[in-house]
Structure formats: structure tokens, C-alpha cells
Design a protein around this ligand. Structure first.
Ligand code: NDP
Length: 253
């Protein structure tokens, strides 16, 4: 067993890696989807890529929490359910929903995301095995859990609803991009990313630990930079693009 102090140090180091990468991601566009590049070595099927890169988060966290942690503790059970809801969808449903049949993703991106999900799934799962405290009912803790669950579910609905609006812009076997309309697209170019950030904010409140905080920080770094890239791309591609739309936070960013 890793001592709690060493584990916390690992989490802080992991957060530091994200913070160092942030300014790089502000300059370098993540090369997948519309920004994909074919000069990054081998490419693999897009659906398969999504399945593979997200799989470790489901398997590693699932194994640790199901077989090693105390699921009778509500402070373990609740975050485990939220994580499971998200990753069962992301690994098993999302890759089947996307209409990117003929598209490929750089194997390098899949590998990097695969490694990220190994670390993230491990840190988040391991914490619940060895460091979770017991549940003591109290107003503050209950408010925290209720707020966290509401945020998680609201964020998930926002994320999945807008992902589906985007996916349906394209015919089942088609290609290309259109301007998305409906829902929060009135305000921002990437409401699906906004939903994802809200979800992991809720999860961090429920889990209330360093690994969940580190995942939230990484999500913020990944998705705000990707939203800024998408937003610039829409403005460049479509002259009629609504200039009042922001990238990810209505009226602000
Ligand atoms: P995108 O918004 O880039 O794309 C989502 C899907 O919709 C893709 O299949 C994309 O096709 C398609 N699409 C997007 N825009 C259009 C358009 N204008 N016209 C037609 N089709 C479109 O999301 P990502 O692929 O980056 O991410 C997918 C999910 O993964 C999101 O829910 C995101 O929140 C989550 N994610 C979470 C991260 C985290 O750190 N927690 C990191 C990265 C993603 P195509 O792929 O061909 O562009």
C-alpha cells in the first residue's frame, strides 16, 4: 500500500504536469477530430480509438472499487455509481453513436489518452480503496453530496444532449461539418465541453479528494483549450458564424 502522504505527492505531481501542459495546449491544437493530422504516424479507426483510449478508466477504476473498496460506504458507492454511469456510456455507447465511420484518429493520440486514463483511473480508484473515510451524517456533508450529484447529472445531460446534436449534424455515413444550432449553442461553440466540466465539478464535490480534483483540473485544461481551438475554427470556416457566441462559457470566454 502506498502511504497517504506519498499518494498525495503523486497527485500533486500529476496536477503539476497538467499545469505545465496548459500553456502548451494553448499554442498547440490537439490533433484529432476536425484538427486531425495525418503526419503523426499510424492512424487507427476512430470508433476503435475512442473505445481503446477510454477503456482503462472503466476497467481500472471498476476493478479497484468493485473488488477492493468498501461499497457499503456511501462515500464510496455514490462516486462509484457516477463514475460508472459516465464511463459505461463513454466506452460502450459513445463510440457507437459517433458518425465517423470513415475517419481515422492518430494512434499517438489514442496512446496518450490511454496512458492518461490508466493514471486517472488508478488514482481515482486507489483513493477509495485505501483512504476513504466512513460516512457520518451531517448537514454539511449531505449538502455537499446532494449538490455534487445534481451538478454531475446536470452536466451529464448538457454534455450528452449537445454531443448528440453535434453527431446528428452529419448523415450516418457522411463527412464534413456544419454550424450547430439549438440548446446552449446559442451562447457557446462547445456546450458539450461545458457540460463535461460541470459533471466533473460535481464528481469532485462528491468524492472530495485530490484525485478527483486532479481530474477536474485536467478536464478544464483539455477542454477549455480544445473549445478555444474549435471556436477559432468555426469563425474561420463559416463567415456567417454568430460573432456573439463565445467558446465555452456564455458571455465570458
Ligand atoms: P467534439 O465536439 O469535437 O466532437 C463530438 C462529435 O461530434 C464528434 O463525433 C465530431 O466528429 C462531431 N462533430 C463535432 N462538431 C461537429 C460539426 N460542427 N458538424 C458535424 N459533426 C460534428 O468533441 P470531442 O470529439 O473532442 O470529444 C467527445 C466527447 O469526449 C465530449 O463529450 C467531450 O466532452 C469528451 N472529452 C472529455 C475530455 C476530458 O478531459 N474529460 C477530453 C476530451 C473529450 P469528428 O470527430 O469527426 O470531428
Amino acid at each position: 500500500m502506498i502511504s497517504h502522504e506519498t499518494f498525495n505527492l503523486i497527485c500533486w505531481a500529476w496536477i503539476a504536469v497538467g499545469v505545465i501542459i496548459f500553456p502548451i495546449l494553448l499554442k498547440v491544437t490537439q490533433p484529432y477530430g476536425r484538427h486531425s493530422k495525418s503526419n503523426l504516424g499510424p492512424m487507427i479507426n476512430n470508433r476503435l480509438g475512442w473505445f481503446l483510449m477510454e477503456l482503462p478508466a472503466l476497467v481500472i477504476f471498476g476493478y479497484l472499487v468493485s473488488f477492493k473498496a468498501n461499497l457499503l460506504n456511501v462515500l464510496v458507492l455514490l462516486p462509484a455509481i457516477l463514475w460508472g454511469l459516465h464511463y459505461i456510456h463513454r466506452v460502450l455507447i459513445f463510440p457507437l453513436q459517433i458518425r465517423t465511420a470513415r475517419k481515422k484518429i492518430p494512434a499517438l493520440i489514442v496512446l496518450l489518452a490511454f496512458i492518461f486514463n490508466i493514471i486517472n483511473g488508478f488514482l481515482n480508484g486507489y483513493w477509495f480503496v485505501y483512504y476513504a473515510t466512513g460516512y457520518n451524517s451531517g448537514l454539511l456533508i449531505d449538502l455537499r453530496l446532494i449538490t455534487g450529484v445534481i451538478l454531475f447529472l446536470t452536466g451529464s445531460v448538457i454534455n450528452k444532449y449537445h454531443d448528440l446534436l453535434l453527431i446528428k449534424l452529419r448523415p450516418a455515413t457522411g463527412d464534413g461539418y456544419k454550424i450547430p444550432y439549438g440548446g446552449l449553442f446559442k451562447y457557446v461553440s462547445c456546450p458539450n465541453f461545458l457540460g463535461e466540466i460541470i459533471s466533473w465539478t460535481g464528481f469532485a464535490l462528491v468524492a472530495f479528494n485530490l484525485p478527483a480534483l486532479s481530474f477536474l483540473i485536467w478536464t478544464l485544461i483539455n477542454l477549455t483549450t480544445r473549445a478555444l481551438d474549435h471556436h477559432r475554427w468555426y469563425n474561420k470556416e463559416f463567415f456567417e458564424y454568430d460573432k456573439k457566441r463565445k467558446a465555452i462559457i456564455p458571455y465570458l470566454l
